[in-house]
Design a protein. Structure first.
Lengths: 456, 224
């Protein structure tokens, strides 16, 4: 099996090199074409100048002093030869000329006399095909002595020179290309090395290790590593919450069982009726507590499987709250906590399930009663969009405010009995109904649990 | 045997307190870590039953604190977590044994007795002195094979003497071992119990060292 990082790393490298392999020859071809064009231009300019210069010299020859038909062999100008020493002969052989007097008689010509048509009306340069070969011809007419001159050169000799010049410049390129390619390949490999190291690191990481990656990576990859680290942090949070839940659940479930077992053994060991009865009563209260815990767990499990509210209808939560307050008031009074009845208040309509909203309110109000010491009171405040269950008890320690919603999480040192599931149930029901649950301590003491209706 | 019980759960704590008393231990029950930490220095405990999940100060912290202070009393930890790490941490912090909730009271008692026995450097679960044999588990005392009827207090007192053979036990220590903080004791209760023991086991069985305390008598003296 290939690791994902392997594929990405290799293909990145491959892609870069392929792109370079395509781009570099293209650049090379373009540059070669330009070189060729420039060389062609320069060579033409140079030879044209030479031809014109030579023609002028020829025209100034004393035509009378020459024997008719005598051929002389002109030598290429020195400058030219020095420039292209190795091609000296080729160039020499390709220069031809004709000198004619005013009457059109051929006075002077080159050794390799070429039978080119002579145009007496032409002045300056022109390209002409003679016997299938291209010639560059220069015509000149001296007004003073009436001499007509033509200097010509084979185009092919110019072209040969142009190629030579251009190739001479391209050669270093051909040598440099593989070197450049190797250097690039190495550079890319080096640049991607931290990535393969990162891959190794991640591959060898244990699933428990959620510490951030601190390894140095290229700037371009840093955002990816940052995101990975964010993910690790979030995972760590979720996992530790999960672990806390399991640990707390184990504690909350095993401790009542241990208590029941020990109390039962005490009842068996008891020799007198009084202590046996006492132990049996303890067992009964333990069973009540365990029953409540199981019921809350089941409620939560049922809620967990819902993603929308069943039996949705318009419910006035104030009426619902009033009946729950009435129901719980009696038990609260026995504990010395006053539950203030809800007076004439406007209704607060919510789209939802009366059964679940009732569970929500029961848990909130029951919590308030449970954690309020004797002599305290519990009441409800409301407006057009919120319902707040208030008490004047000790409130919740600030450090625990965020965690009390978590399952089984109970601030330590609680005298009041509870499973630590009540607020989890409240939060779950609120979430299903789109209600916001806000928990806070009141500045003047006491706890406030506020439900806010969505504002639509 | 005086045992310190540290448990925050009301029902379990109550059951353990009552149960251990019925079996013959003298129990003091602490409900949070802070009072538990202080309690160990207040009385000569023979063993501690310590719940790890405690309010105010965790059981592990209490245990670490005790061991650093130098208390060597045997400690049995109670844990509700079944993860092995929890137990390893507990044992590493200086616990001598552990039980995972829920557990049987009988097992807790047996483990406590074993811990106390080992802390006295003893492997034999039965205490012997001359022809008197005391079995803490069965809660019986025999002399030459004949069972002797003892009250709960007399049994506790005899167990203390036989557990500390050769040592002189000061009167104050005996009282502290025998009575918890919640129990009243009249000034001459100890003398009464010792008097009864002497009547049942022979006058020389327990020696009085005036102004110092009491000690188990020589073996010869007990067998008339």
């Amino acid at each position: 099996m290939r690791h994902p990082t392997d594929v990405v790393g290799a293909s990145l490298q491959r892609r870069l090199l392929v792109a370079l392999l395509i781009a570099l020859p293209l650049v090379w071809i373009a540059s070669a074409a330009f070189n060729l064009y420039a060389a062609h231009d320069r060579v033409n300019e140079l030879f044209d100048t030479e031809q014109a210069f030579f023609a002028q010299m020829l025209a100034s020859v004393n035509l009378e002093a020459q024997n008719s038909g005598l051929s002389i062999r002109p030598t290429s100008p020195r400058r030219l030869r020095e420039l292209f020493e190795d091609s000296e002969n080729d160039i020499d052989d390709d220069i031809i000329f004709q000198l004619r007097d005013a009457s059109g008689r051929l006075v002077l010509s080159d050794v390799n006399y070429t039978d080119l048509p002579f145009r007496f009306d032409a002045i300056g340069f022109m390209d002409e095909r003679v016997d299938g070969k291209m010639w560059r011809l220069f015509y000149f007419h001296d007004e003073d002595n009436g001499a007509y001159v033509m200097v010509g050169q084979r185009m092919s000799s110019r072209t040969k020179l142009v190629w030579r010049l251009a190739l001479g410049q391209m050669l270093p390129w051909i040598v440099a290309l593989p070197v450049l390619f190797l250097a690039l390949w190495w550079g890319v490999r080096q640049g991607l090395k931290p990535l393969s190291q990162l891959k190794q690191d991640l591959a060898h990481r244990s699933p428990d290790n959620l510490t951030p990656i601190t390894q140095k990576v290229p700037e371009e990859v840093q955002p990816l590593v940052d995101e990975l680290n964010h993910l690790f942090a979030r995972l760590h949070q979720v996992l530790s919450k999960e672990r806390r839940f399991t640990a707390d659940a184990a504690h909350e479930l095993r401790t009542p069982l241990a208590a029941l077992r020990v109390q039962t053994e005490v009842a068996k060991l008891s020799e007198d009726e009084v202590s046996r009865q006492r132990a049996l009563n303890k067992i009964l209260s333990g069973i009540d507590r365990a029953t409540r815990l199981v019921e809350q767990l089941l409620t939560l499990a049922r809620l967990d499987h819902l993603d929308q509210v069943p039996d949705r209808q318009r419910v006035d939560v104030m009426t619902l709250a009033a009946s729950v307050m009435l129901e719980l008031g009696e038990g609260a009074a026995r504990r010395g906590v006053v539950v203030e009845p809800i007076g004439e208040v406007p209704a607060l309509w919510i789209e939802g399930s009366p059964a679940f909203l009732s569970i929500l309110l029961r848990n909130l109000i029951d919590n308030a009663i449970r954690y309020t010491p004797s002599g305290g009171r519990v009441w409800i405040e409301s407006n057009e969009s919120t319902l707040t269950v208030c008490d004047n008890g000790p409130g919740v320690e600030a450090a625990w405010l965020e965690r009390v919603r978590e399952r089984f999480s109970r601030p330590e040192g609680q005298q009041a009995e509870g499973s630590g599931l009540g607020l989890s149930i409240v939060e779950r029901v609120a979430l299903l109904h789109g209600l916001a649950l806000h928990l806070a301590n009141h500045p003047q003491g006491g706890f406030r649990a506020t439900l806010r209706r969505p504002s639509n | 045997m005086r045992v310190l019980l540290v448990e925050d759960d009301a029902l379990l704590g109550d059951g353990l307190e009552v149960g251990l008393r019925q079996i013959g231990f003298n129990v003091d029950w602490m409900k949070d870590g802070v009072s538990a930490r202080a309690a160990l220095s207040a009385a000569p405990y023979d063993a501690v039953v310590l719940d790890l999940g405690l309010p105010r100060l965790s059981g592990l912290d209490v245990l670490t604190d005790w061991r650093q202070t130098g208390y060597s009393v045997p400690v049995l930890i109670l844990t509700a977590r079944d993860g092995i790490e929890d137990r390893i941490r507990g044992l590493n912090a200086g616990a001598d044994d552990y039980l995972v909730k829920p557990f049987a009271l009988g097992e807790l008692v047996a483990r406590l007795r074993a811990l106390i026995r080992r802390s006295h450097g003893r492997a034999n679960p039965v205490l012997e002195h001359g022809d008197v044999v005391l079995d803490p588990q069965a809660h019986t005392v025999t002399r030459n094979g004949d069972e002797i009827d003892l009250t709960a207090r007399e049994f506790q007192l005899l167990e203390l003497f036989m557990e500390n053979r050769g040592r002189v036990l000061p009167r104050a220590l005996l009282e502290e071992k025998l009575y918890g903080w919640t129990q009243e004791l009249d000034s001459n209760a100890l003398e009464v119990h010792i008097h009864h023991l002497r009547k049942k086991l022979g006058s020389g069985f327990i020696r009085t060292l005036r102004g110092v305390g009491y000690q188990l008598g020589e073996v010869d003296a007990t067998s008339h």
